[in-house]
Design a protein around this ligand. Sequence first.
Ligand code: ADP
Length: 447
Amino acid sequence: MFQKILIANRGEIALRVLRACKELGIQTVVVHSTADSDAMHVRLADESVCIGPPPSRESYLNIHQIVAACEITGADAVHPGYGFLSENAKFADILAAHNITFIGPSGDHIRIMGDKIEAKRTAKRLGIPVVPGSDGAITDDKEAKRVAAEIGYPVIIKASAGGGGRGMKVAHTEADLEVALQTAKSEAGAAFGDDAVYIEKYLEKPRHIEVQVFGDGAGRGVHFGERDCSLQRRHQKVWEEANSPALNTEERSRIGGICAKAIADLGYSGAGTIEFLYENGEFYFIEMNTRLQVEHPVTEAITGIDLVHEQIRVASGGGLSVRQEDIKFNGHAIECRINAEDPRTFTPSPGTITHFHTPGGLGIRVDSGVYSGYKIPPYYDSLIGKLIVHGRNRVECMMRLRRALDEFVVDGIKTTLPLFRDLVGNPDIANGDYDIHWLEKYLAKGE
Ligand code: ADP
């Protein structure tokens, strides 16, 4: 087991990882920018190292500073959290070269999954169902037209280097295709420095369903069921559930089994999430994230397993603590992402939190790094906390969620809490009847 882990992140996830380390009796080091000196995880860590000024490029993304902090403090492993350097293959390679363990998969696996064309090709080879589309990058209009005619309109053109929902264009007819292709290529070139694009069938009313997987790096793979993250705004997840209200037990174990086998065959190590669009009973792979996800607590709630403990165990060579048959799904969980944003316009609302009171009671978990008197710096993501609610079934979970949202107080700034108070009373949400476009339509109606 590791002696000392350096946490290369901030906010709620830094605290989340810190808690797991403390439980395992591992010493903790946190790195932080000058804007985060007062953060809760900095106060609670055994050691902290200031690695630079507020802009992420000069601090949380500064590989040299982080490696230097490892050397100075004698950390033997790094947990990258999510975002920042968590899917940076070069960072994983550099740490390996310094004999520091990156708590995550190999640089090569990060690289494969970071290139969407390569990821899709790999998924297909491993027996994972993919969206029908071009085999690789599309370079000319003639080929684009041929592929689109074959799979049928509408189609979506996506950037191979894409991320954050950028560089995607939908074409409903052949007449739209040329323009969509050119726009997607130039947007991808400008945003990612790589203008490779590919074509897929555009699914009109899918749900976003993702499978949590783990590999031990030695040929064993397991799945922890799925999460439904269909409630999104601008491709950003807002509300996540486990299990998905749309799947039955047979579908769950079928897709889970396919993913677990793929991970085993790949020789993958650590936590990963295989993301699908789901429509008319079919799953279509869109991408794989090679890290811990923001929404991992809903999976922890229904399985009772600490996924960060598992990550640390696997990275230290201790293997997984569970076999597939040990993983049982118990009840239902929902997570609401609480952002420091205006609940109607979603403009960021940094500032000082004058009063912060979190709900409690059976089945309630709040993961947050903020506190009364905390000043939210304007430089980073607006996520200030996550409310995770567990119940024996979805109805009980929703009842408890409504109560917990009523109890939650964040004064001094605007937050997205009022949005969740509206959603929890909506009949479509109560019925679990929503797709990936539902929230955007709902928000458009309200304005
Ligand atoms: P990114 O890495 O940019 O987030 P993804 O491939 O994960 O890109 O897709 C982001 C979102 O775009 C999906 O959650 C979905 O809403 C939409 N999307 C992607 N591919 C398709 C498709 N083939 N049909 C319909 N919507 C899609």
